[in-house]
Design a binder for this molecule. Structure first.
Ligand SMILES: NC(=O)C1=CN([C@@H]2O[C@H](COP(=O)(O)OP(=O)(O)OC[C@H]3O[C@@H](n4cnc5c(N)ncnc54)[C@H](OP(=O)(O)O)[C@@H]3O)[C@@H](O)[C@H]2O)[C@@H](O)CC1
Ligand SMILES: Nc1ncnc2c1ncn2[C@@H]1O[C@H](COP(=O)(O)OP(=O)(O)O)[C@@H](O)[C@H]1O
Length: 281
């Protein structure tokens, strides 16, 4: 690993903000997860549940009506908006997480060009990145805090380069992504790389058991939930990637890499948070 990109350590991790005794849910932000095209309500539910688990005060899932029954049984705590959302009704404390199971149709593109025109903190993942790769940086028309979370396949599409070349020069790739699109980046996979404003680090945790459908959707929700609680983009990036990987390691120890499901990463989040809070007293 390049010397420039340091390994995260437990001690170096930012803190999750402590809750004051008189806290109410409005203080911890309102995450809106945009995704859930027909057949992919699960991705939306995973991201929404992760945002709640990491501490967001309110979470609204924005998706295709066909995903409603699934979501309401999987996560009754989340509220629901149909496509297309009324962006003018977003509250002041909104954070957007776009992409989990979004699909790549016209409706998704139109929603994303609206998202790109909003000065609201946002996390871009999955199909949102695939659409960005097709339409380019002009889709990001407003200045906003943006976290982008490509896996190597998505990074290859975003830079129009062959996939094997991404893995040969991950550091060059993450710099190229930031130069082209701005914002804060995680290049996922073994030793996920992070590049923010000052953050230049890699995650020594995580395991191949996390190479399973939906793991990335959980990360998206975690990052949005941390932004919603007021962490800076750099801190949310570092802490979110670390907590997600540590939760994946706990799940792999409990269940084995082969049997690990994305929902098991979700289940382990509270225990990682407790461990971190214990060292950050
Ligand atoms: N329950 C649900 O609702 C779920 C819904 N989901 C939703 O589905 C949507 C599309 O997601 P997806 O997985 O079909 O497409 P995508 O990730 O682009 O993979 C396509 C190709 O890309 C490559 N590739 C992928 N990863 C790579 C890597 N690490 N490193 C290198 N290459 C990699 C690989 O190409 P190959 O190597 O096979 O040529 C792969 O075949 C999206 O919205 C998502 O949120 C999922 O989250 C699952 C759970
Ligand atoms: N071999 C690995 N080692 C460490 N982490 C991994 C490994 N494979 C996958 N992961 C992690 O699992 C997640 C997978 O995300 P992604 O590929 O977007 O999945 P999905 O699209 O199914 O949600 C990422 O956070 C990635 O860093």
């Amino acid at each position: 690993m390049d010397d420039d990109f340091v390994a995260l350590t437990w001690e170096r991790l930012p803190k999750i903000p402590k809750r004051s005794p008189d806290a109410h849910k409005g203080r911890f932000g309102h995450v809106f997860v945009l995704g859930g095209a027909p057949g992919m309500g699960g991705a939306l539910a995973l991201a929404a549940a992760a945002a709640y688990r990491i501490g967001a005060g309110l979470v609204t899932a924005v998706g295709h009506p066909s995903a409603v029954p699934y979501l309401t049984s999987a996560l009754p705590e989340a509220t629901w908006w149909d496509w297309p959302p009324s962006f003018s009704a977003l509250p002041d404390n909104a954070v957007l997480a776009v992409g989990p199971g979004l699909g790549q149709g016209l409706a998704a593109h139109d929603m994303l060009s609206e998202v790109g025109s909003l000065p609201i903190p946002q996390v871009w993942d999955a199909d949102a990145l695939n659409i960005l790769a097709r339409f380019g940086a002009p889709l990001l028309s407003a200045k906003a805090v943006r976290l982008f979370t490509p896996h190597p396949g998505e990074a290859a599409r975003l830079l129009a380069m062959p996939l094997p070349d991404v893995q040969l020069d991950r550091i060059g790739v993450i710099h190229a992504l930031q130069s082209r699109y701005g914002g804060h980046w995680v290049l996922k996979g073994q030793h996920s790389l992070m590049l923010g404003e000052t953050a230049r680090c890699y995650c020594p945790w995580g395991n191949p058991g996390m190479a399973t459908g939906g793991s990335g959707d959980v990360l998206t929700g975690v990052l949005a939930g941390l932004l919603a609680q007021g962490l800076s983009a750099d801190d949310a990036l570092i802490l979110g990637v670390a907590i997600h990987a540590l939760a994946g390691d706990r799940a792999a120890r409990r269940l084995g890499e082969e049997s690990l499901l994305a929902s098991n990463i979700l289940e382990e989040l509270p225990f990682v948070i407790q461990e971190l809070n214990a060292i950050h007293v």
